[in-house]
Design a protein around this ligand. Structure first.
Ligand code: ADP
Ligand code: MG
Length: 334
């Protein structure tokens, strides 16, 4: 299902939590919304999922307007939505399968069907045989798997994930993201992935919108945004990512003032040599490696550029012209 947002606004007193947001979230995709804490992500999700009404603006599911529905209409449309959260929000008094059965019970579905569907869902999320497990005995990753199964019980068209992996370690995060991607394809879902972690966008999302102070500051294909980010907020998110990149080999602890990123399609050209030749710049490479951004390979290189600042600036400008993303480390961070 395609989701379309038109000029959404939501104020809390004088605070513009969501400030004129217009977006198209295509069907059958994993769509990321990234922003710092307080950027307005959760508020935006509450508006898109009809938990809260906007002060102005419109929300469409396919061609149907859903922000102004009556109570009955709202209940009907909300069946098309599943949600998962950072805190899992499971019932601790119910075991795994009773949690998964819950949304089907409140729709008064047939007992035999509920049983069959619960077994199916346990298998889908990799928890076959664990239905009777009390929630307290499950790991964080397993709890999120139960929450995913419960969210999908009534076969929704949209899955909202609000910081769904923020409480999990990196390895568990990767396994949950892989599961969400797999389920998205299997069920042709529209997944809206809310996060403050660029790793989540890199590993799971097809497109991303960057939210800052209630505004969308940048939107596009994840591979485009990683290779040529425009806003400072996006660049900041990206720089936090390079610091934790495990696939980058650093052979010198010192330096690496410039970070260069090369997209797959430009990596065959002798870019460094030709820039060096035309500008006289010398490159001292301190670290390099390959990042995989949603399936697309991107070369990353950290280097110092000399012999002087002016030549370095010329070289950086020429690299940018050739489609390389060049970031200069801030002086105060050194
Ligand atoms: N119900 C509310 N009442 C008043 N202020 C709110 C409410 N919900 C959120 N806010 C404020 O709106 C801003 C955006 O919050 P939120 O959407 O939760 O951001 P995020 O999820 O990106 O961290 C914050 O400044 C927050 O304090
Ligand atoms: Mg939030």
């Amino acid at each position: 299902m395609e989701i379309r947002l038109m000029n959404l606004r939501r104020n809390y007193g004088s605070l513009h939590a969501v400030d004129d947001v217009s977006l198209v979230i295509p069907s059958n995709t994993v769509y990321g919304i990234i922003g710092r804490s307080g950027a307005g992500k959760s508020t935006l999700v509450r508006l898109i999922s009809m938990l809260e009404k906007p002060d102005s603006g419109e929300v469409y599911y396919n061609e149907k307007r859903v922000d102004n529905l009556s109570k009955e209409g709202l209940i009907e449309e909300r069946r098309r939505i599943g949600m998962i959260f950072q805190t899992f929000n499971l019932f601790s008094s119910r075991n795994a399968e009773e949690n998964i059965a819950y949304p089907m019970e409140i729709c008064h579905m047939d007992k035999a069907y509920i049983h069959k569907r619960t077994e199916e869902l346990l298998e889908l999320v990799g928890l076959e045989g664990r239905g009777k497990a009390p929630i307290s005995t499950l790991s964080g990753g397993q709890k999120q798997r139960v929450a995913i199964a419960r969210a999908l019980a009534t076969k929704p068209s949209i899955l909202f994930c609000d910081e769904a992996t923020s409480a999990l370690d990196p390895q568990t995060t990767r396994s949950i993201l892989a599961l969400i991607k797999e389920i998205q394809k299997k069920m042709n879902l529209t997944v809206v992935m809310i996060t403050h972690q660029m790793e989540v966008v890199r590993d799971a999302c097809d497109r991303v919108a960057v939210l800052d102070s209630g505004h969308i500051v940048e939107e596009g294909l994840v591979s485009d945004i990683f290779s040529s980010p425009k806003s400072d907020v996006t660049k900041e998110f990206l720089s936090s990512l390079t610091n934790v990149q495990e696939s980058i080999v650093r052979w010198s602890k010192e330096g690496g003032h410039y970070t260069l990123r090369f997209r797959g399609n430009s990596t065959d050209e002798p870019i460094i040599s030709s820039v060096s030749f035309s500008t006289g710049a010398v490159f001292n490479i301190r670290a390099a490696g390959v990042q995989v951004v949603n399936g697309e390979e991107m070369g990353v290189m950290m280097a110092d550029i000399g012999p002087d600042e002016e030549t370095a600036r010329k070289a950086a400008a020429m690299l940018r012209e050739k489609g390389v993303l060049v970031e200069e480390e801030k002086k105060e961070a050194r």
